[in-house]
Design a protein around this ligand. Structure first.
Ligand SMILES: Nc1ncnc2c1ncn2[C@@H]1O[C@H](COP(=O)(O)OP(=O)(O)O)[C@@H](O)[C@H]1O
Ligand SMILES: [Mg+2]
Length: 232
């Protein structure tokens, strides 16, 4: 599903240039739940942002479902980013004045879908993350884990090909982290959602199929826990 070939990202130029990705190659199959690990500064966020089309590589190739997205025109990249890619941030990035349901359906409304259809899709997504009944709460009335689950609902409402999450549990205690990881595992197992999650917590490995570890902008190891992707 994803093919990454010799991907490079250099920030700045000359003596001060930082080579955040030094040419990494790997493939991710449909239905895999992959953890990206590695020390702080090893290039994890840089990689995820490029894979989610939030940033451009400075070298190499990136293909999603046979489509060479690294060389698409910007308009098509935007379309792909908005409709096919879900992204979950460490800090949830919710709008504090809006209810859970409104946070989830805002994007769909902006795409021109009807309010009724957007609301229905939002409730469905909130149910998938175990937040049925909490759709009218604002973020301040939700725990950290619940806020992150609203963010996951927002990301999955558009039924993306791939879900990317950059340290989604970084601000959560163990109990809330488990709730969030259980939701990812459920989405992966029940709906075959492909997920790429950055984390630095060794215990999170229990939830995933495969662990790719980065060191100083290069791939250090790539370990699969089960034999190949699951059938769906
Ligand atoms: N916008 C930027 N400008 C310059 N350097 C950056 C920028 N973003 C990240 N870096 C550098 O690139 C390297 C990799 O960063 P990052 O991808 O954020 O690592 P990680 O997510 O693994 O902590 C680090 O040395 C970091 O300082
Ligand atoms: Mg990071």
């Amino acid at each position: 599903m994803i093919i990454v070939k010799d991907l490079k990202r250099c920030y700045g130029t000359g003596d001060t240039a930082v080579r955040a990705l030094k040419g990494v190659s790997f493939e991710i199959s449909k239905g895999e739940f992959v953890a990206i690990m590695g020390a702080s500064g090893s290039g994890k966020t840089t990689l995820l942002r490029i894979l989610a089309l939030l940033d451009d590589a400075t070298g190499g190739e990136y293909t999603i479902r046979g489509l060479k997205v690294s060389s698409l025109p910007e308009a098509e990249r935007s379309y792909y980013r908005l409709t096919q890619v879900g992204y979950i941030f460490q800090d949830y990035a919710l709008i504090s004045e809006m209810s859970a349901a409104e946070n989830v359906y805002l994007l769909s409304l902006m795409e021109g879908k009807s309010k009724k259809e957007s609301y229905r899709t939002a409730l469905e997504a909130l149910e998938k993350v175990g937040l049925e009944g909490k759709h009218d709460r604002v973020p301040d009335e939700l725990s950290g884990g619940e806020k992150q689950r609203v963010a996951i609902a927002r990301a999955i409402a558009k039924k993306p090909d791939i879900l990317f999450a950059d340290e989604p549990c970084a601000n959560l205690d163990t109990a809330n982290s488990k709730q969030v990881l259980d939701v990812f595992k459920d989405l992966n197992e029940k709906y075959g959602q492909t997920i790429v999650m950055v984390t630095h917590e060794p215990w999170h490995i229990d939830y995933v199929d495969r662990v790719i570890t980065f060191k100083d902008g290069s791939l250090l190891s790539d370990e699969r826990k089960s034999e190949g992707p699951k059938e769906h």
